[in-house]
Design a binder for this molecule. Structure first.
Ligand SMILES: Cc1cc2nc3c(=O)[nH]c(=O)nc-3n(C[C@H](O)[C@H](O)[C@H](O)COP(=O)(O)OP(=O)(O)OC[C@H]3O[C@@H](n4cnc5c(N)ncnc54)[C@H](O)[C@@H]3O)c2cc1C
Length: 381
């Protein structure tokens, strides 16, 4: 349950970070009978800097975990096709009902993360917000044996656990505290600006490309759609530093003129910007610790796949922790990497923006193949 303060008990697992990666891991471990404490420095049911398109793999996971009915009940628009616009040409791909799902969904993060936290809570995990990790406890051999936490009043709490999971995002404190090595880094990054509008005629996911700019239209909750623009990271500050709303409208008109006109008519919306960050793989485990989600593996948001991968890896990690050996954690990292590498490389190539409309289609075909393999892996689990 969600508690106001840290309960004075021993835990099998402490999870740091209560969003898609952490909450899914905590839920699966609690369902497997482990005593789980999950903490987050933020607040329950809040938004975060992210668009929120889910690919088939993520929706299959939500279905398998029985969280999908609550996502649908939160007035989340079903997505029944994805259309790729390459300049003036378009290719529509219907979302076939299979793997137990009827459609895709793109819930806002304050919906998705909250529902996963609720599922972790219902499974018996203890969750405390407004708490940050300050340090680790270690045995004489250096094995991680717990955490030192700090609540909002500045009070320190020492909690022991068999495993500490860092699900604390791109700038993970747990990764820093365990000194997790980074062994692969992307070469390219894109910057993204996005907002939400009501009343747009958006039929499924729309992915738009012209040389140097891409855009997306993502239907979400309560009849709203998220519209985003992505550019090479080196262009982001120049384009958006001074008049972000004007630049957003002008760039959208270049890449998706019909959508730009609808957005203009719908009026202003608050924009959110992400200047870009190179993708990376971090070593994902060690004695008494593991990393999941963006904390261990980040790729450029341009292919909208971070949440899908986080939900996949939550399950791989929960299984490894349940198995209870360092060998199982090593296998977790191997599985994560072999399921991710193709997608990582194709994403990095798309984020380079050094493609023409023909070659970006080839990259999308490679992505689609990698995604199908991922879904087969999940659906057969
Ligand atoms: C602009 C943008 C657009 C994106 N669009 C998409 C998309 O359309 N589809 C998609 O699948 N993915 C998308 N992503 C990627 C997606 O947002 C991430 O992959 C996803 O959020 C990773 O989830 P996570 O749970 O690992 O980490 P996060 O969502 O980053 O959550 C980490 C949590 O850890 C907590 N935390 C951090 N440090 C501490 C600490 N020291 N102590 C306690 N708590 C701490 C934070 O408060 C936070 O709640 C996008 C990303 C960006 C930036």
């Amino acid at each position: 349950m969600i508690r106001p303060t840290i309960p004075p008990s021993r835990f099998d697992v402490v999870v740091v970070g209560a969003r898609c990666a952490g909450a899914a891991t905590a839920m699966l471990l609690a369902r497997a009978g482990h005593r789980v404490l999950m903490i987050d420095r933020g607040r329950y049911g809040t938004d975060t800097l992210s668009t929120h398109a889910l690919m088939r793999g993520a929706v299959v996971q939500l279905h398998r975990w029985n969280v999908l009915p609550a996502v649908i009940a939160a007035d989340t628009t079903p997505v029944r096709q994805a259309t790729f616009f390459y300049g003036d040409e378009s290719v529509s791909v219907p979302i076939a009902p299979r793997d137990g799902i009827e459609a895709l969904y793109a819930p806002r993060r304050y919906v998705l993360d909250r529902l996963l936290v609720d599922a972790a809570s219902a499974a018996g995990a203890d969750i405390v917000y407004g708490v940050r990790i300050r340090g680790l406890q270690r045995s004489e051999t250096g094995r991680v044996t717990g955490v030192v936490l700090e609540d909002e009043s500045g009070r320190a709490h020492r909690v022991t656990s068999r495993v500490v999971v860092g699900a604390d995002g791109l700038r993970s404190t747990v990764a820093r505290l365990v000194n997790a090595p980074t062994y692969r880094v992307g070469k390219h990054a894109s910057g993204t600006m996005y907002g939400h509008w009501s009343g747009l005629e958006v039929d499924g996911y729309g992915w738009y490309f012209v040389p140097g700019v891409s855009a997306a239209a993502i239907p979400t909750n309560a009849g709203q759609a998220c519209v985003s623009i992505s550019v090479p990271d080196r262009e982001f500050a120049r384009l958006f530093a001074h008049h972000p709303d004007r630049s957003f409208g002008e760039l959208l008109a270049q890449v998706a003129p019909h959508l730009a006109e609808q957005v203009r008519l719908a009026g202003p919306s608050r924009l959110h910007g992400f200047p870009g960050h190179l993708g990376f793989f971090r070593h994902a485990y060690g004695p008494g610790w593991a990393l999941v989600g963006d904390a261990g593996y980040f790729k450029d948001p341009l292919t909208a796949h971070g949440i899908t991968d986080a939900l996949r890896d939550a399950e791989l990690l929960a299984r490894a922790i349940d198995a209870g050996s360092d060998e199982a954690l090593a296998e977790y990292q191997e599985q994560r990497d072999s399921a991710s590498l193709e997608l990582f490389e194709a994403t990095d190539a798309i984020a380079s923006f050094s493609w023409d409309l023909k070659s970006v289609r080839v990259l999308h075909e490679a992505l689609a193949k990698a995604m199908s393999r991922e879904v087969r892996l999940l659906a057969s689990a």
